[in-house]
Design a protein around this ligand. Sequence first.
Ligand code: BGC
Length: 403
Amino acid sequence: MATTATHAGGTVEVLHWWTSGGEAKAVGELKKSFESQGGTWIDSPIAGGGGDAAMTALRARVVAGNPPAAVQLKGPGIQEWARQDVLSDVDEVAQKEQWDKVLPPVLAAIMKYDGKYVAAPVNIHRVDWFWANPAVLAKVGISEMPKTWDEFNDDADKLKAAGITPLAHGGQPWQDATIFENVVLGIGGADFYRKAMVELDPNALTSDTMVKSFDQLRKLRGYVDANFSGRDWNLATAMVMRGEAAFQIMGDWAKGEFLAAGKKPGVDFVCAPTPGGAFNLNADSFTFFKVHGADRLEGQKVLASLIMSPGFQETFNLAKGSIPARTDVSLDKFDACAVKSHEDLLAAIENNTLVPSVAHEMAVPRSVRGEFLDLVTKFFNSDMSSVDAVKELAAAVKRAQTE
Ligand code: BGC
């Protein structure tokens, strides 16, 4: 498929947090395509998985009245910035190219403010995945991926008894929250997840199901190595690659790392959804901020068109570990993990089991997400009881909502 865009030229400054091996490769494809259209790309990478450092940098740039033209920014954050009147729309491009016809409605809605596109989606990432090294699993006779958290615990106990670190993990708040939300989804199911984590219902937040979820998180804490604290997510992926740990619980950007290191899916590493029979959604998008001057405005249009071109969506997502945001791009060149993601996504839309990730900024306002991350991390790094955790979580969420 050709990577075509309607416009040519322009300058664009792009703020993003794609700095790991797989991420850098993927964003490199965007830069290359943009430059091949005659455009000038100004790269502003802010390292830090999950994007918390990037969002802090963005705030400073907007306050200084000098925002970058395009920002890796997603979910409700798009609406939050739009309400501040600092975004520019690319609706002319979107209408001309009929984006509404090729995007899942749930994604299209996130990209629009006041009915106009202010952002363009690059992908659909799935958050609820186990990644594992099959050779390490084989050492203790595990030949199938776990289907329930109890099965995972049994596997992990076997690995631990054999002196193998069951779970590669990086102790950073967003990573703690990533594993926790997957646990909630597995223990409570999609309806419960929505009630507790999206609607923030106090009864759901303090329910037995939530207590059980914290109990399972406590178990996971017992399966990580001694040096987990502060470790970057891609270093945790590397532990699985090198056979220093068996599993990682992480979104499919981890697959981008395996692929960038030349590892083969189904051979060197295996994937399986974490329990829950649902789909935990995270979608990256570029949001367009108000810039001035014909050259910069042109740059935004070129980038918007390029991001949504079928050829780019294919190339980018092959490197990133995700699947295209466009529904009309063939998955012929994609691996079995991507095909599984796509099938499960369609089933989740059909069965109403598609849920937005809290850790990855798809579900709740930043203030609520912040309280959630703080509490989960506090629990992970202390001996707080699960009963105290649910009480503290409910109180913290309420505080964030009334602030
Ligand atoms: C983003 C991914 C990124 C990951 C780790 C997620 O929130 O959506 O694109 O690879 O963080 O940095």
